[in-house]
Design a protein around this ligand. Sequence first.
Ligand code: ZN
Length: 464
Amino acid sequence: MRSHLKALLCIVLPFTAASYGIAEDLDKAPPSFAHLGRKAVFADFSHVGLSLSFDALNGKARARAVIEFEVREAGMPVFDMIPSAESVTLDGVAVDRSAVSAVKDPDKQSTVRVLSVDVVPNQKHTLEMVYDLSGKVTFSQGTVSAGFFMSDLSDREYWEQYAPTNFEFDQYAQTMSVEISGTDKRHEIFANGEVEELAMNKWQVSYPSYYSTSSFYFHLVKQGRFNVSRSTYQGLAAEIPLTVYSISQSNVSTGMQRLKEYMAELEGTYGAFAHPSFTAYITDSGGGMEYCGATVTSLWALGHETTHSWFARGVMPANGNAGWIDEAIASWRDDNYPRSNGPSRSPRMLGGFSPYKRFTTQDAYSYGADLISDFDSMVARSSDSGMKGVLRDMFATFKRQTITVQMFQGHMEQALGTSLQAFFDKYIYGRTNSGMVESRNAGWDVNWSHHPRPFTQEELLKIR
Ligand SMILES: [Zn+2]
């Protein structure tokens, strides 16, 4: 009986687990679409194995990626990678590299890669690609500098700049092997994964399986280029390793001291830190960008970017439409949690864009933060802890998971015990009686002296 049951479980369980895995991620994917008279379908990655080889002598960087994925409906798999593949293999069979084409989505919001080979649903496939990455790396006198930095305020600026990846709905594990040849200078890696040094200039980096395309942090530099401080913070749930590094020693000292203060503040307000460690690269100027348990930021924006390890990279957006939520929350916190007297502003679109749009609207910062103040005044009628308490619950429920705007709406409706459909239609989805409100992709009214602006390409080149 017992062994019979065990045998039965062995047969049933793997299938069930795999089915649930697909359901969770792909339920939040954009719709499949017609391409070349056939169907392009979004994929669910389970693992990417990335091998990076840096040749310091000849100034070349080569990459080999092995992606394990499934699809739910038969069709041509969609993924993204900006570099062009030099060779492509699907399930062990060579495919002409022209089979991986760059395609506009049906709403012309973004560009994706479609592999023009139909694959069978609900079984594991392996896609292997080799490509050149030399343009993303600075080589100088036997040293290698590779900062795989990202942005969420314009299209195609996540991990697809450096490696094959998916849209933000997809959470998957990634393992990276990194090797530098042609130099006797020792290098080091700052990353938000587990870094294992195998030999001099040879490492393995393992990222957790809840990460998505906007999560990964990787910075490879010559050892000694930066001042580094390592410490630990005794968190509510675990001892958290902290790393702060910068060209400037005063940035490092002040950064580490403030980081500990922010950790205490944010754990106190929202609950225990969700990631294995925290790494901060402090720059002298510029804005900031968040990763899971990591940031590149100037000192003044460190609090904002640390908040994003709770909202943005703790509770994670499943798509571009959900990107405003965390900027609104982090900005509301920066403003010291003001409470409004109710909404009295003209509606704008925050989260009603095309499902193919991948980045956050600029209106998230000021207009979005005002909406969180509105929610705070609504919640405060029945709860002393106000919106902070609702966000604390949201973090406990959804940490290390992705959320859509509809899931946020559901969470707010549960907290308030009433439908918020009309409110969301008007102030978030941009639906009014006279039709859709205009989206404001171009017209920025963000005060960048108050909110961290994105780094420019020139700045990113300088700091990598
Ligand atoms: Zn932000």
